[in-house]
Design a protein around this ligand. Structure first.
Ligand code: FPP
Length: 242
């Protein structure tokens, strides 16, 4: 899809994935506790969902908590979980106003029971909305997602539901958490770090990467437009020749 941005007709990426990095450094620069950085970051998530939708982006997937983030202090992990707890509750109202479909990917088995209940409720209530498809990666790791997919695949193999000849890339994709989403066209990582950190490692095979030094709590519509402009400068060949 094309859309006019500041007088320029641009190709809009259908699916944008974001690694929201730099909350801790943003807080440190202000002599604030790290969790204040996450709080500011959560506010930015709300705004970026609206901005992404207005630009014509159909899918937005953000990395909120990785399978490795449990290594952080109890205080920080509790702070992020409480933020997410409140966010999931408030989100039902916001999603119905914005017609936004919300989904959570990751391993939910390690999450507190009340969070799992909120997720179920939010996913059910927003399932019919056809605005932005917003996905939150929570207790998510790309390798762990593949591990869970392989476990299910082998189990289906043992039951005779699938045979080795059935296994192609499409079938593997159908066992992943993102089974009903297109692969991301554009990945944005904030705060100057240049790595994937175990995010969507299967799905990002042909994605364009945009890195910015901006810390996540400072990320805004102008940054998002810059990322879309950068995406338009890329020549996507998917391994072929043009
Ligand atoms: C990375 O910054 C950020 C996280 C691990 C947490 C992201 C969480 C949020 C933005 C809040 C909740 C999200 C939603 C969807 C409401 P960092 O802490 O690693 O920053 P640093 O590298 O500067 O220390």
């Amino acid at each position: 899809m094309k859309n006019e941005i500041d007088g320029e007709l641009l190709n809009i990426p259908e699916h944008v994935a974001i690694i929201m990095d730099g909350n801790g450094r943003w807080a440190k620069k202000r002599f604030l506790p790290r969790n204040m950085g996450h709080k500011a970051g959560a506010k930015v998530v709300e705004q970026i969902c609206e901005d992404a939708h207005n630009l014509g982006i159909k899918y937005l997937t953000v990395y909120a908590f990785s399978t490795e983030n449990w290594k952080r202090s109890v205080e920080e992990v509790t702070g992020i979980m409480n933020l997410l707890r409140n966010y999931l509750k408030d989100c039902i109202e916001r999603a119905s106003k914005n017609n936004m479909r919300v989904r959570i990917i990751g391993d939910k088995t390690a999450l507190d029971e009340d969070i799992v209940v909120s997720i179920d409720e939010l996913e059910k209530k927003t399932a019919g909305y056809n605005g932005l498809n917003f996905t939150i990666a929570l207790n998510y790791g790309g390798r762990d997602e593949i591990r869970r997919a392989v476990t299910k695949l082998v189990s289906d193999g043992c039951k005779g539901v699938i045979s080795p000849d059935d296994i192609d890339e499409r079938l593997i994709g159908s066992y992943l958490d993102t089974w009903d989403m297109p692969d991301p066209d554009l990945l944005i990582r904030t705060s100057g770090e240049l790595r994937l950190s175990n995010y969507l490692i299967w799905q990002l095979a042909y994605t364009e990467f945009y890195f910015t030094d901006t810390l996540w709590p400072d990320f805004d519509i102008e940054e998002l437009k810059n990322a879309v402009r950068y995406y338009n400068g890329r020549d996507r060949r998917y391994g072929g020749v043009k």
